[in-house]
Design a protein around this ligand. Structure first.
Ligand code: GDP
Ligand code: MG
Length: 397
C-alpha cells in the first residue's frame, strides 16, 4: 500500500528563477540532498530534475519539474523550469503559483538579462517574497560578490523588493558533500522559512484544478495532475472537465501528492487525481477540472492587455486590430485573434494601434473555448517570446 501524506506542517509553493546556467537545477538537487541527510527530503539528482530529453521526445510536454522537501516548520513543493521561455509562460499564466521565489544569481557573472526579466516578471505576477541565492560563491572573489550584492539590492528595490535576504551558497559544493557549503544551503532554507509567510488559501471556493498532465496507469485508469488552484477535493467527489473539447464528468477515486495518498487535496497542493471510467483522451492539458457547474468555457472575452516593451523582451513594433498571437491561459495554449477596443492608461486616446509599453482594452476571440472568468491572467506569445500580459475583464460567449 502507498504511504499516506500527513499534513503536519503548512504547505508552500516555491521555485527557483534566474539566468540560464547560474545554477538553479544544481541548487534544487543540492537542497534535496542536504535535507535528505537531515530527514526532510528524498534526494532528487540533477538529471532527474532536468528531465531527460527522451521524455520530451515521447511527446510529453514537461516544462516544469517539482520536488518536495520539508524544513523543521514547513512542507515545500519546489519548481524548477528548464528554460527562460518556460519561466515566462508559467509565471504569467500563473501555472507556477509561487508563494515565494529563490532568485539564483551566479556570483561569478552577476546580474544578467534573464535575472532582470525574472525579477520584473515576479513583481508583475504578484510574487511578493524573494530570497536570493548568491550561487557559485565557492569560486567567487568575496569583494566581487559584495559588488554583485549591491547591484542586486538596487535591482530588487527598483521592483519593490526590500530587505531581501542574500545568502552566499554553492549548490555544486553542497551536492559534493562539502560541510561548509551544505551549511550554506541550510542557511538559505532558514531565510526562506523566515521570509515567505504562509499564504491564505482559497479552500472555501468551489474546486478548481488546471490540468497539467494526463497519464494512463495500467490497471488503475486515468490520472490527472496539476496544482489545485481553489477549493478541496476528496475521494467520491464529482469533477467536470471544462474547456477545449466536450468535457466529461467523473468521480474521483484517488487523491495523491508526490506519490502519497491524501484524504483531502487542498488549494495550493500539487495533486494527482485518479478518475473512474475516464479514457486518457477524454481529459487534456488546457482544460480545468472543476466542481460541476462552477466553471464555463468561452471563446470570446474582453480584457485589458499590457504590451511588453522591447527591453522587457516584447515586440519592437505596434499591434493593430486583427492581431493573431498565441494565448496562454492557465495551462491552455490556443491561437486567437485580438481587436483593439480602446486605450487603457498608456495608449493615446483614440489610438488604432497599440505600441509596446501601452496598456489597451481588447476583445479576444480564441480558436477553442477555454474556462474563462473575470480576473484571470493570461500571456500573449508570438514566435516563441512573450509580448503581452493580460487580465480578463468579462467573458462574452
Ligand atoms: P541552470 O541553467 O540555472 O539550471 O544551471 P545548472 O544547475 O544547470 O548549472 C549550470 C552550470 O553551473 C553547471 O555546469 C554546474 O555544474 C555549474 N554550477 C552550478 N552551481 C555551481 C556552484 O555552486 N559552483 C560552481 N563552481 N559551479 C556551479
Ligand atoms: Mg536548469
Amino acid at each position: 500500500a502507498k504511504q499516506a501524506y500527513v499534513r503536519a506542517k503548512p504547505h508552500l509553493n516555491i521555485g527557483t528563477m534566474g539566468h540560464v546556467d547560474h545554477g538553479k537545477t544544481t541548487l534544487t538537487a543540492a537542497i534535496t540532498k542536504v535535507l535528505s541527510e537531515r530527514g526532510g527530503a528524498k534526494y532528487v539528482p540533477f538529471d532527474r530534475i532536468d528531465r531527460a530529453p527522451e521524455e520530451a521526445m515521447r511527446g510529453i510536454t514537461i516544462n516544469i519539474s517539482h520536488v518536495e522537501y520539508e524544513t523543521a516548520t514547513r512542507h515545500y513543493a519546489h519548481v524548477d523550469m528548464p528554460g527562460h521561455a518556460d519561466y515566462v509562460k508559467n509565471m504569467i499564466t500563473g501555472a507556477a503559483q509561487l508563494d515565494g521565489a529563490i532568485l539564483v544569481v551566479s556570483a561569478l557573472d552577476g546580474i544578467m538579462p534573464q535575472t532582470r526579466e525574472h525579477v520584473l516578471l515576479a513583481h508583475r505576477v504578484g510574487v511578493e517574497h524573494v530570497v536570493v541565492a548568491l550561487n557559485k560563491a565557492d569560486g567567487a572573489d568575496p569583494e566581487l560578490a559584495d559588488l554583485v550584492e549591491l547591484e542586486l539590492r538596487d535591482l530588487l528595490a527598483e521592483h519593490g523588493y526590500h530587505d531581501v535576504p542574500i545568502v552566499r551558497v554553492s549548490g555544486l559544493r553542497a551536492l559534493e558533500g562539502d560541510p561548509e557549503w551544505e551549511a550554506s544551503i541550510v542557511a538559505l532554507l532558514e531565510a526562506v522559512d523566515d521570509t515567505v509567510p504562509v499564504p491564505v488559501r482559497y479552500t472555501d471556493a468551489p474546486f478548481l484544478l488546471p490540468v497539467e498532465n494526463v497519464i494512463s496507469v495500467t490497471g488503475r485508469g486515468t490520472v490527472v495532475t496539476g496544482a489545485i488552484e481553489r477549493g478541496t477535493v476528496e475521494v467520491g467527489d464529482t469533477v467536470q472537465a471544462v474547456g477545449i473539447g466536450d468535457g466529461v464528468t467523473a468521480v474521483v477515486t484517488g487523491v495523491e501528492t508526490f506519490g502519497k495518498t491524501m484524504d483531502r487535496g487542498e488549494a495550493g497542493d500539487n495533486a494527482a487525481l485518479l478518475l473512474r471510467g475516464v479514457r486518457r483522451e477524454q481529459v487534456r492539458r488546457g482544460q480545468v477540472l472543476a466542481a460541476p457547474g462552477s466553471q464555463t468555457a468561452h471563446r470570446r472575452f474582453t480584457a485589458r492587455v499590457y504590451l511588453l516593451t522591447a527591453a522587457e523582451g516584447g515586440r519592437h513594433t505596434a499591434v493593430v486590430s486583427g492581431y493573431r498571437p498565441q494565448f496562454f491561459l492557465r495551462t491552455a495554449d490556443v491561437p486567437g485573434r485580438m481587436e483593439l477596443t480602446g486605450p487603457g492608461d498608456g495608449a493615446e486616446p483614440g489610438a488604432v494601434v497599440a505600441l509596446p509599453g501601452d496598456t489597451v482594452e481588447v476583445t479576444v476571440e480564441l480558436g477553442r473555448p477555454v474556462a474563462i472568468e473575470a480576473g484571470l491572467g493570461f500571456a500573449i506569445r508570438e514566435g516563441g517570446r512573450t509580448v503581452g500580459a493580460g487580465t480578463v475583464v468579462a467573458p462574452l460567449d
